[in-house]
Design a protein around this ligand. Structure first.
Ligand SMILES: CC(C)(COP(=O)(O)OP(=O)(O)OC[C@H]1O[C@@H](n2cnc3c(N)ncnc32)[C@H](O)[C@@H]1OP(=O)(O)O)[C@@H](O)C(=O)NCCC(=O)NCCS
Length: 174
C-alpha cells in the first residue's frame, strides 16, 4: 500500500503493466517477495532472519520498488557499521550496501537509480559519514550504476565471494 511519502517513477512509453513504479519502505509482509527477487537475480542467498534483522535495524534504508499491480520488482537494503574511516583511524558511521536487485523485465528503466538515490537520502538519518559497497569485478552493469552515483573504486578485495571472484570495494563521501 502506498503512502504520500512514496516516490513515483512515471514513463512516457507505454509499459502498461509496469508504470508507474512506486518506491516505498519495505515491510515485514514484503520480505518473501524480496527474497524471490534476490533468488532470481543474485547468486548470494540469505536466510529469512537475515532480511528480518536488516529490516528491524535499518528500516529507513530498506526500500522496495513495486509495479502497477503492487508486485515487488526490485529492492535495496543497507546496514550501518561503526568502523575506522577509509583514510584515517577515526571511527565513523558507514552505510554498507548489503544488496540491490531489479527483476530483468524491469531493468534499464531507472528503478535501481530510484531506490539507490532514495535509500541513500534516507540513510542520512543514521548520520552516515561514508557509503561503502562491494561489487563483483565482472558485474559491469552494477559498477556502471555505482559510478553514475560517483562511487569510486577504493581497492580490490581478493576472493571476496564464495566462488572465488574478486570484489571492487567502492566508496562515496556524502
Ligand atoms: C545492477 C541493477 C540493479 C541495475 O538495475 P536497473 O534498474 O536496470 O538500473 P537503472 O535503470 O537505474 O540504470 C542506472 C545505470 O546503471 C547502469 N546500467 C544499468 N544497466 C546497464 C547495462 N545493461 N549495461 C551497462 N550499464 C548499465 C547505467 O549506468 C545506467 O544509467 P543510464 O541508464 O543513464 O546509462 C540490475 O542490473 C540488477 O538487478 N542486476 C542483478 C543484481 C546485481 O548485480 N546487483 C548488484 C550487486 S553488487
Amino acid at each position: 500500500m502506498g503512502t504520500d511519502k512514496d516516490t513515483r517513477i512515471n514513463y512516457s512509453d507505454d509499459f502498461s503493466d509496469i508504470k508507474p513504479i512506486i518506491v516505498r519502505r519495505c515491510t515485514q509482509e514484503d520480505l518473501e517477495a524480496v527474497i524471490v527477487v534476490n533468488e532470481k537475480e543474485l547468486p548470494e542467498d540469505y536466510p529469512y532472519f537475515f532480511y528480518k534483522s536488516i529490516l528491524d535495524n535499518y528500516p529507513e534504508a530498506f526500500l522496495v520498488a513495486c509495479n502497477n499491480n503492487g508486485k515487488i520488482v526490485g529492492y535495496i537494503m543497507w546496514r550501518v557499521e561503526r568502523t575506522p574511516a577509509i583514510h584515517s583511524l577515526k571511527l565513523v558511521n558507514k552505510g554498507h550496501l548489503v544488496s540491490i536487485a531489479v527483476l530483468k523485465k524491469y531493468r534499464r528503466l531507472g528503478v535501481a537509480s530510484a531506490i539507490l538515490a532514495n535509500s541513500m537520502k534516507n540513510l542520512k538519518k543514521y548520520k552516515i559519514d561514508e557509503f561503502v559497497l562491494e561489487v563483483r569485478v565482472s558485474n559491469y552493469t552494477a559498477i556502471n550504476l555505482y559510478k553514475k552515483f560517483n562511487f569510486i573504486t577504493h581497492s580490490i578485495k581478493e576472493k571476496y565471494y564464495r566462488d572465488g571472484e574478486n570484489a571492487y570495494f567502492m566508496t562515496l563521501k556524502p
